[in-house]
Design a binder for this molecule. Structure first.
Ligand code: GLA
Ligand code: ZN
Length: 673
């Protein structure tokens, strides 16, 4: 189903709402709706943790209290996103059916507790929850705008049911051919040959731990994503069987290691995610600003469509080592940053702080003082007012000429391949460092997967793409052959999708021709080591990794200045068919990338801004207007030059050529196309 972002006419603004915690406080439940209106909230997500209330005993359902809540919200024009309550299970279920409890990596079956921890293969869990989901759909479909499927799917289970499902998954993948599997996993190593499907076991701590047989690990991780998705699909099917027109979402979690969202994305109508930046930490807000921007662009990039900010905190979290408050201005900046990157909502966890439980000190719109006033409440309310004023922007698209490939599978492969710097290969951070080069120049970037259609981009950045299937290699090759520009780094195309190294030199297959080089060796540097690279007659410090390259057709533009590889290629540029391929053989410390991207951006004719430190600009557009979000991540007042005339969407102020931004200010401007 094509989900229409204009469906809700404007932005969604609201929170996770857990009335179950307050059933014995009717006066609180009554106040909630009144306070929601005061806070300019127009939506709530309910039912996320309601299972034990909706089905207090097996097969005995109680919808009465929920009917009232749904009706009250409905009558008061608060839109409802209804969750399927699979994120936390009732005790009776675990007591009666232990199979629903996960078996951990030490092969220990957990006892009841916590949440987000059921076995995805358990037929009992599946049948119980899908039955309940269907009942919810039958009862409430006409009063809800969207389904929130489960909550933050995560984790894995190593029980016998999961082992069986894993083996079936492998049989299908390898066409029942054990020989292919043995080859893909390179089982000849340490005499690990598999002669019967029943011998296969998931990677666990007391057997084959992660990272020993990376082929097994990659397939297991794929299976975990597959099985989680299969469970999610069953949940979706249950609600769609009643009314297929209500869109579904599942709240994702950024560049989250355990799952492959590139696979999961196709089974939900709308992408949403839960964003918890650590503002005001010792890393600084500019660091946090572009780090979170990357995650927003990753979620927009999943479908290349607007997404929803399903959760964020109105003030602080409670689970970080240090839980800081947002300084004045930061709530607005952080929330509108999501909008700038394509979100059509600002939603919070949580509406109200509970009196007890683990999250009683997690930020909420309504605090324990139970008053619709104060700093946090006012920030929320003012944001609601702003979202109403900028309503016309909801549903508008983001156009990007640049894409950056972040591959969940590549992260699995890199992190679990023994070698290089085993402590931390810094894949995610490297992607974000490349991304920063565009962020600080106000250039939109789609963060996407290596299988995506690349034809609309001018530049595609491929940091540390160690793991690439032949199909992905073909995709990159085709893009360059047709005139695109790619930028890759050390460790590109070393191994295929089950972590078998490419033969004949790295990068594998056609990529050698695309980049016109062969990466012969890689030197891993100690923390205290460094080298320098000479590029454009300037010296740039490099760290961590230095590859030794033999150029084939590539032009050498930068050379190492020290060690036994002094004078050897460190930065290369190749013309391949109609396109260009840049290769950076070492890890820079910021300045080298700055120099190089400046050149690439100009050469590829990408529109960019010259911005002061800590300022970024992102755009959304429709057929008539171009919307600019000008963001200041510093505590300083800043001046930003913008050529032309802009109207402030919130108050119709007109700016020509220059605008002033206060500390942490964000302005939303428009220019007519
Ligand atoms: C996650 C969960 C919420 C809540 C918040 C707290 O995003 O989905 O239920 O626990 O974290 O930050
Ligand atoms: Zn299991």
């Amino acid at each position: 189903m094509e989900y229409n972002m204009k469906l809700y006419e404007g932005f969604l603004h609201g929170a996770d709402y857990n009335p179950e915690q307050w059933l014995s406080y009717p006066e609180i439940l009554q106040q909630d709706i009144e306070y929601m209106k005061k806070a300019h909230c127009n939506v709530v997500s309910i039912g996320i943790f309601s299972w034990s209330f909706l089905e207090p005993e097996e097969g005995k359902y109680n919808f009465e209290y929920f009917d009232k809540i749904v009706n009250d919200l409905w009558e008061n024009n608060i839109k409802i996103i209804l969750a399927t309550p699979s994120g936390a299970k009732p005790r009776w279920l675990a007591e009666k059916y232990p199979e629903v409890l996960r078996v951990d990596k030490n092969k220990v079956r957990q006892i009841y507790g916590f949440r987000h921890n059921h076995c995805y293969s358990s037929p009992v869990y599946r049948s119980k929850i899908t039955k309940l989901n269907k009942m919810l759909a039958e009862r409430y479909s006409d009063k809800i705008i969207m389904w929130h499927i489960s909550n933050e799917y995560s984790g894995e289970c190593h029980c016998d049911l999961c082992q069986r499902a894993f083996r079936e998954y492998l049989k299908t993948k390898y066409n029942n051919n054990l020989e292919s599997l043995n080859h893909a996993w390179w089982t000849g190593f340490w005499s690990h040959n598999i002669t019967d499907w029943e011998q296969i076991h998931s990677p666990v701590n007391i057997g084959e731990p992660d990272g020993i047989m990376t082929g097994l690990y990659m397939d297991w991780k794929d299976f975990v994503t597959y099985q989680t998705t299969d469970f999610m699909k069953a949940e979706i099917e249950a609600v769609k069987s009643v009314n297929e027109n209500i869109p579904v979402t599942a709240n994702f979690m950024g560049p989250y290691q355990p799952l492959d969202y590139h696979y999961m994305k196709d089974f939900v109508d709308v992408i949403s995610w839960d964003s918890y930046p650590t503002w005001h930490s010792d890393r600084g807000d500019v660091y946090e600003g572009h780090t979170i921007a990357f995650a927003h662009d990753l979620h927009r990039g999943l479908k290349r469509k607007p997404f929803l900010l399903m959760e964020s905190t109105p003030s602080l979290t409670n689970w970080l080592p240090y839980n800081k408050l947002k300084k004045p201005g930061m709530h607005r900046l952080s929330s509108l940053q999501a909008v700038a990157h394509g979100s059509d909502s600002v939603q919070y966890f949580q509406w109200r702080k509970g009196r007890g439980g683990n999250e009683k000190f997690h930020g909420a719109v309504i605090d324990h003082n139970n008053k619709p006033e104060g700093r946090v409440f006012d920030d929320v309310k003012n944001l609601g007012i702003t979202l109403e004023k900028i309503k016309e922007i909801a549903g508008t698209e983001t156009k990007s000429q640049v894409a950056l490939v972040y591959e969940f599978r590549n992260r699995w492969a890199i992190d679990n391949s023994s070698g290089f710097n085993n402590a931390d290969k810094k894949y995610k951070r490297t992607c974000i460092n490349h991304y920063l080069q565009f962020w600080k120049r106000g250039i939109n970037v789609d963060v996407i997967g290596a299988d995506y259609d690349l034809s609309d981009y001018k530049v595609v950045v491929l940091p540390m793409l160690y793991s690439l299937s032949e199909k992905q290699i073909d995709n990159i090759e085709k893009f360059v052959a047709n005139g695109g520009t790619v930028v890759a780094t050390y460790m590109t195309g070393y191994a295929n999708e089950t972590d078998l190294c490419y033969m004949g030199g790295f990068p594998g297959g056609k990529l050698k021709d695309v980049f016109g080089l062969c990466a012969d060796e890689i030197d891993t540097l100690y923390e205290t080591d460094f080298n320098f690279v000479k590029l454009n007659n300037k010296s740039f410090k490099v760290v961590d990794y230095c590859e030794l390259i033999t150029p084939l057709t590539a032009e050498v533009t930068g050379k190492y200045e020290m060690d036994f590889y002094k004078g050897k290629p460190a930065v290369l540029k190749n013309s391949y068919n109609k396109g260009k391929a840049y290769y950076i053989a070492c890890r820079d410390t910021g300045e080298l990338l700055n120099e190089l991207y400046e050149e690439i951006i100009k050469e590829c004719n990408i529109k960019y801004h010259i911005l002061p430190y800590g300022i970024s600009i992102h755009t959304r557009e429709d057929d008539f207007n171009n919307y600019l979000f000008v963001e200041n991540y510093t505590e300083k007042e800043q001046k930003v030059s913008l050529k032309g005339k802009y109207i402030d969407v919130e108050n119709d102020n007109i700016y020509t050529d220059e605008i002033n931004l206060d500390a942490y200010e964000i302005k939303i401007l428009k220019s007519t196309i």
